[in-house]
Design a protein around this ligand. Structure first.
Ligand code: ADP
Ligand code: ZN
Length: 732
């Protein structure tokens, strides 16, 4: 007989403890497998973390403990889910990020292998379930339900799993008889949008060759490849990947968001064919499970995926690449709050592998590390074939003369350049980092603004489904045509987003073919790569969108990029707002003139003299770095200090600030002089998953000195009834 320690998923993830169960028949062969046990009268999936043989009888065991120990019901896995390497990695992550082991396992395993209840249901295959509208009336639906109902009505039919994020609403709509499910046969592995790219490697140019050689000949572990936009970083990645595969090693290639990089995926697929597994967020549970096994079996030796692919069960790992390493989505924004870059380094250390971080606009943290030689810096200074960087014009939007009666959204300069570009049959990208139609709606008589009841920020008007939406928490309500306060029926529609921009472009250039790319279009999965493919194949002239259009794309025919309201991001209160704004401008401009045709860019902004904008426009990373580092230093911000956030959440916001204030004082006292604790009372709390959140920011020089205090503090908070607290180590 043995006693098993079992981790169980529970609502309060913060409870990081195991429960003891008996295994009378020694059915469990090793730790790391899943079992089914009875917990609170329900069958749940648990994860075995420890096994102890015992010679005691059942009675003796129960006499010694203060409860009756139950027997396990069933063993699910024959072999452990995680290799020894990944299991020890799980413990390192738990330890570094001060988070419960169960949350780390949840982050590491594909959905159908996660130790949680729903894993009991096997994923369906071969048939896909769709939904379509059967009742044409919207009566009695809530706003949130209408939003989804209207989406389904618009699309005629949608696969259930493409609506995964709205499952409970979809189910309610089915119960109400508004929509119904039906099945349709489908191929198991959904066909990706494959781009017709050339599969022959380019001969590396001088600069690329130097970089590849330096990487291969050095003994360092972590490298930062800093290469201007269009300098051929992808080709460097592909060459290195091939080298490692040829030498019997496996390769992990991460991108910030896989659906945004279909072109990159196509390159890898063409070059490495059967060897490559793509961990796509669009895959169903069954497909993810297949891919996971394909990798674990050793068949796939190169994995391309987004953040969580860092946990791919590759053996004999030789190289980990993170493309666009500066992008924030590499950090998970829920427990265990890990950063793929740091996990990459943990994995590399275990495997004797190397890490290559690549970007045209490295995060300040990474560049500072390269500067101090913690990372080995590699540089690509020139564009391929020495093509010039785009010529950029900055338009000062506060000067009324830059616009005329035809448009107050697109300046005269930008309009002229668009006409010229279209006349040459070349393509244009227009970036406006705000989706929707109008950014606020106001009553013309009493000034009432439609705001989110949770977040108190203006609701954004979307014309497509006639809804007002909160871009923070997802709250929606139907648009009405009168003021709810005074009843007046003249409302002003203020500010503009991508929907409005697209309408404006169509009005000014009647025959132009446009495509729009933003989170709204991406609600239905698969749409993003479809749109990018259409643009790649020149089925449209102008691509309009949010920051999604600025990410890494390589379209040969794009010779003009326009950025509208480039300063939107500067208004955010994050310490990274200047960096984000700079990155966005620089990356957007970097999409123009990447092949034989030279490019141009127009930046419309209210802050033409802000260094984030002027450096971005000049593609001058070095100058931006120097300026921004000065600001960071004065403000005690990263990379001069490390920082973590303690999130304090409650269901109502009444006591939230006073609780946070008290906790801040307690924490300050316990941390003493080892850290600075701040919190911004002027900010509205965030509304996330049904709770209000404020953040205490903790800044320090040495994590090892503050960590014990933080661990103890969190431990104490676990006994609080109304307060939930999480630690976000290295918070952005
Ligand atoms: P980056 O990622 O640095 O912005 P890319 O890797 O997208 O740049 O490369 C820009 C363009 O140059 C791509 O179209 C790519 O195919 C091409 N390219 C890359 N390396 C070479 C080379 N050695 N010779 C010719 N063309 C190249
Ligand atoms: Zn909100």
């Amino acid at each position: 007989m043995q006693i098993a320690e079992i981790l169980i998923e529970r609502k309060a993830l913060a409870l990081d403890r195991t429960f003891s169960y008996l295994d009378k028949d020694d059915a469990i062969k090793s730790i790391g497998v899943r079992v089914i046990v009875t917990f609170n009268n329900a069958k749940v999936v648990g994860y075995v973390t420890n096994l102890k043989k015992t010679n005691l009888s059942e009675e003796e065991i129960n006499k010694n403990s203060n409860f009756i120990m139950k027997n396990i019901d069933e063993v699910i896995d024959v072999k452990p889910l995680l290799s020894e390497e990944l299991l020890s990695l799980a413990y390192e992550i738990k330890d570094y990020y001060v988070s419960p082991l169960i949350s780390v396992l949840q982050a590491m395993l594909p959905p159908s292998l996660k130790p949680k209840k729903s894993a009991l249901k096997k994923p369906k295959i071969h048939y896909a379930t769709y939904v379509h509208v059967i009742d044409k009336s919207e009566d009695n639906l809530s706003a949130k339900q209408k939003e989804i109902y209207r989406l389904i009505a618009r699309e005629k039919e949608i696969k259930m799993r493409d609506l995964m994020n709205h499952l409970s609403i979809v189910n309610t709509l089915i119960k109400l008889g508004k929509i119904e499910k039906f099945s349709k046969e489908e191929l198991r592995l959904a066909k990706d949008e494959i781009f017709s790219v050339q599969d022959k490697p380019h001969l590396l140019n001088e600069e690329q060759k130097l970089v590849v050689d330096e990487f291969l000949n050095s003994k360092d572990m972590t490298y930062l490849l800093y290469g201007v936009t269009g300098s051929g970083k992808t080709e460097v990645y592909l060459h290195l990947a091939k080298y490692y595969l040829d030498h019997g090693k496996s390769v992990l290639f991460l991108v910030p968001e896989i659906s945004l990089t279909p072109l990159m995926v196509s390159y890898f697929k063409k070059r490495f064919a059967k060897n490559v597994a793509i961990l796509h967020s669009d895959l169903s549970e069954a497909e993810k499970y297949d891919e996971y096994r394909h990798i674990a079996s050793g068949e796939a030796r190169i994995v391309v995926g987004a953040r969580s692919a860092i946990f791919a069960p590759l053996k004999n790992l030789g190289l980990i690449i993170l493309d666009e390493e500066h992008v924030e989505s590499y950090k998970q924004d829920s427990l265990p709050f890990y950063h793929a870059r740091d996990v990459a380094i943990m994995r590399a250390r275990r495997n004797g592998a190397k890490v290559l971080l690549g970007s045209a606009t490295p995060s300040l943290e990474s560049f500072a590390r390269a500067y101090r030689k913690v990372y080995h810096l590699l540089v690509l200074k020139h564009r391929i074939n020495h093509i010039n960087l785009p010529k950029t014009t900055i338009v000062d939007s506060s000067d009324p003369y830059v616009y005329d009666h035809k448009s107050v959204i697109l300046s005269k300069v930008l309009r002229n350049k668009i006409s010229q570009t279209l006349a040459r049959r070349e393509q244009v990208i227009l970036l406006l980092n705000r989706r929707g139609f109008a950014s606020r709606i106001e009553c013309r008589r009493c000034g009432h603004v439609f705001v989110c009841p949770n977040c108190h920020i203006p609701l954004v008007y979307h014309t497509l489904d006639q809804m007002l939406k909160c871009h923070h928490c997802g709250y929606v309500e139907e648009k009405i045509d009168y003021c709810p306060d005074c009843g007046y029926d003249h409302l002003s529609v203020l500010g503009f987003g991508t929907e409005r921009l697209e309408e404006e472009v169509k009005k000014l250039f009647p025959n132009v073919r446009t495509l729009r790319l933003d989170k709204d279009v991406a609600t239905k999965r698969g749409n993003v790569s479809k749109i990018l493919k259409e643009f790649f194949e020149e089925k449209a002239d102008i691509l309009i969108g949010t920051q999604m259009v600025a990410k890494g794309h390589d379209f040969a025919k794009v010779t003009l990029v326009g950025v509208i309201n480039a300063d939107i991001g500067l208004a955010f209160s994050s310490y990274r707002s200047a960096e984000s704004c700079f990155e966005l401008v620089m990356q957007a401009i970097g999409r123009a003139g990447r092949s034989k045709l030279s490019g141009e860019a127009v930046i419309q902004t209210y802050n033409p003299n802000h260094y984030a904008i002027s450096c971005g426009a000049r593609q001058d990373y070095d100058k931006f770095y120097v300026q921004e580092m000065k600001v960071r230093k004065v403000m005690n911000n990263p990379p001069f200090y490390f920082q973590s956030a303690l999130y304090i959440e409650m269901e109502t916001k009444d006591d939230l600030y006073s609780v946070a204030m008290k906790l801040k004082e307690m924490l300050e006292e316990e941390l003493d002089a080892k850290a600075i604790v701040t919190f911004d009372e002027s900010e509205e709390p965030l509304f996330i998953n049904g709770r209000f959140r404020v953040s205490l920011i903790i800044k320090y020089k040495d994590f090892s000195k503050v960590k014990p205090t933080l661990v103890e503090f969190l431990e104490k908070l676990k006994n609080r009834r109304k307060v939930v607290a999480f630690l976000d180590v290295d918070a952005l």
